[in-house]
Design a binder for this molecule. Structure first.
Ligand code: ME8
Length: 517
């Protein structure tokens, strides 16, 4: 235990039926930015991601690939680990649902639910979509072009009849509605909360939580022939990772309940309805928030394997470098909304805010210092009101950014940080330090000092989104203390700090050929 406040953030665990794409990178990146930000702000953070490896979808994919399911899971799960490394994710754990610790945890949870009288045996007959790993009521289905029945997501459904155990979800209608009314911001954004509330108000049926027509799942304890429904298995990963069922485990005591379960809008129902109901039934504390973000399309089109337009994060990183990719994904679209990925927007955004923004600002300033101040941070004279304003505005930005981050408004957090880079640019244009060299070298020293300290603080705040580039920039300035406790007037950059000839941090990109003309 530390006396620092704790913060637990989770990503969905991704199905291993398919290799990772930009959507998976996006969700985990949002959590990475949050985790890094909280660490820099002094929190004791637990950041969890991983893979969801059971269920019929995985069993069938393995069969199709002609590989044993475990070997299949090992292979694809590794690819998600490679993505985490390529994206510089700082997850503290990578959980896999085929691990023993997880099977034990979810079997324990099952037994608790059973002992408390929330599980009963019956048989299920109804519609099931393997692609969504979800049951659908007849009234939810739509009809496809060929007259076939489809899930509301467009996924095919099949009729299933089999013995099954059920969870008494219907008993939780009122309790869930009360949760949405009383626990502020349990579901965010607000518009999503309304969606969830009206789903629950529409009436909840008991949920089939075991399958008996295939094998690839966690065995239901004491009931041979049944494996758990993949969603009860998957959701429990958030508990396994902190040591459940040992409620006395240090990690459990420190981190549970989670602060944020980050998910895409497609899986909100599982997290905001089923998950709290399971936890209430087991008498376990509820997570503080479920945040459902929007979906990316590719140049206006839905991203899908069958359309062949899946955006490969590895390819993007190869083409543009990692930090511009991280920056663009979090900066471009208000978090929570859907967004469109286009290379033109990518290039325009990165050129204006990275290459021409913070990149140019730091390159110009550090070059001037290197050249005109004997390669070291100059000693400032007395600060005038413009100097003080720039620095105090930057200091005040930290609280603005904190408040955006606490609402998962990542784009606004970045906008606030980068507005300070623009403010520093305007300050240069007004102060014209290059002219002061001859007319008033002491004032030039002050201006360059103020700029260096402004850049130091902007770079400290931007570390959560661009860890590598900001490390490069801060290292060029010999800044070693980089936590948010270093923001403000008590920790200014020390005069005399060596500033070598700077190297550019952000390249400028060319527009894609079709847009360049
Ligand atoms: O649902 N845009 O796994 P999954 C944005 N195993 N985000 C996207 C996206 C897109 N186009 N496509 C995918 C599962 N995502 C379950 C979760 S959790 C206990 C179990 C992201 O591999 C988004 O976060 O289908 C979405 O919710 C998730 O990937 C779905 O991943």
């Amino acid at each position: 235990m530390t006396d620092r406040p704790s913060y637990y953030v989770t990503t969905p665990i991704y199905y291993v039926n398919d290799v990772p794409h930009i959507g998976h990178a996006y969700t985990t990146l949002a959590c990475d930015m949050l985790a890094r930000f909280k660490r820099l702000d002094g929190y004791d953070v637990m950041f969890l991601t991983g893979t969801d490896e059971h269920g019929q979808k995985i069993e069938r994919s393995a069969e199709k690939a002609g590989v044993d399911p475990q070997a299949f899971c090992d292979r694809v799960s590794d690819r998600f680990k490679e993505l985490a490394a390529a994206m510089n994710f700082s997850n503290d754990q990578f959980i896999r649902t085929t691990e023993d610790r997880h099977k034990k945890a979810v079997q324990h949870l099952w037994k608790v639910l059973e002992e408390k009288g929330f599980i009963y045996e019956d048989s299920y007959s109804g519609w099931y979509s393997v692609r969504d790993e979800a049951f659908y009521a007849e009234k939810e289905l739509t009809v496809g072009e060929g007259g076939e029945k489809l899930a509301p997501t467009g996924a095919p459904v099949e009729w299933v009849e089999e013995p099954s155990y059920f969870f008494k979800l219907s008993a939780f209608e009122d309790k869930l509605l009360e949760l949405y009314d009383t626990q502020e911001d349990f579901v965010m954004p607000k518009s999503r909360l309304n969606e969830v509330r009206s789903f629950v108000k529409g009436g909840l049926e008991d949920l089939s939580i075991s399958r008996s027509s295939f094998k690839w799942g966690v065995p239901v304890p004491g009931h041979e022939g049944h494996v758990m429904y993949v969603w009860i298995d998957a959701l429990a990963n958030y508990l396994t990772a902190v040591g459940y069922p040992d409620e006395g485990a240090e990690a459990y005591k420190t981190y549970w309940p989670a602060n944020v379960h980050m998910v895409g809008k497609d899986i909100l129902r599982f997290h905001a309805v089923y998950w709290p109901a399971f936890l209430m039934a087991a008498d376990l504390p509820l997570p503080k928030r479920v945040f459902a973000h929007g979906w990316w399309t590719n140049e206006g089109q839905k991203i899908s394997k069958s359309l062949g337009n899946v955006i490969d994060p590895f390819e993007l990183i190869d083409t543009y470098g990692l930090d511009p990719v991280r920056f663009f994904l979090m900066r471009e679209v208000p978090f929570g909304n859907d967004g469109d990925f286009s290379r033109k927007s990518f290039v325009l955004r990165c050129n204006s805010e990275l290459a021409n923004g913070i990149g140019n600002l730091s390159q110009r300033t550090l070059s001037m210092i290197h050249k005109n101040c004997d390669g070291a941070i100059p000693t400032p004279g007395e600060l005038i009101s413009e100097d003080k304003k720039l620095l105090s505005d930057i200091e005040a930005t930290l609280d603005v950014v904190r408040s955006h981050m606490d609402k998962q408004a990542f784009n606004f957090a970045l906008e606030a940080i980068f507005a300070q880079a623009s403010a520093a640019d305007s300050y240069i244009s007004v102060q014209e330090p290059w002219k002061l060299k001859k007319t008033d070298p002491e004032r030039m020293n002050t201006v360059l000092y103020v700029l260096a300290d402004a850049i130091r603080q902007i770079a400290i705040m931007a570390q959560a989104i661009m860890p590598e580039s900001m490390d490069k920039l801060l290292s060029q300035m010999n800044v070693t203390e980089r936590g948010f406790d270093q923001i403000g007037s008590t920790h200014r950059i020390a005069p005399g700090t060596e500033i070598p000839k700077p190297e550019g941090v952000f390249p400028r990109f060319d527009l894609p050929e079709e847009d360049a003309a």
